[in-house]
Design a protein around this ligand. Structure first.
Ligand SMILES: CCOC(=O)c1ccc2c(c1)NC(=O)[C@@H](C)N2
Length: 116
């Protein structure tokens, strides 16, 4: 039934987001990039994304599927790869998060398919 279906999806999305955020050990994706610290950031990045924003969107039912969550995760990683030069800690952290996150998202999609 719909109410049964929605509960597992929300719980699955929350668990997936928690697992993704665990991989951000430097916690550079925890909050939005601070425009006071990085004044030119919005000249390059039109749609900023971070884990706190993703969590708010999740709790306000903005994500209806693993794919919806994955889209914002990929946006967050892509923004970091675009703005930061290849020889920076930020760029390297984004590559690592992308690779570790990929496995987590594939597993979550399998669970969603099995539940649904
Ligand atoms: C206190 C200074 O913090 C930053 O300059 C800073 C802090 C966090 C950042 C970031 C910059 N850039 C980024 O692309 C994303 C991933 N994280």
């Amino acid at each position: 039934a719909l109410e049964m279906q929605l509960t597992p999806v929300l719980a699955l999305l929350r668990s997936t987001l928690d697992q993704l955020q665990e991989k951000d050990t430097a916690q550079i994706f925890t909050q939005p990039v601070d425009i006071k610290e990085v004044p030119d950031y919005l000249e390059f990045i039109s749609h900023p994304m971070d884990f706190s924003t993703m969590r708010s969107k999740l709790e306000s039912h903005s994500y209806r599927s693993v794919a919806d969550l994955e889209a914002d995760f990929n946006l967050m990683v892509s923004n970091c790869l675009l703005y930061n030069a290849k020889d920076t800690v930020f760029h390297r952290a984004a590559l690592r998060l992308r690779d570790l996150g990929g496995a987590i998202l594939r597993h979550a999609q399998r669970q969603a398919t099995n539940t649904g």
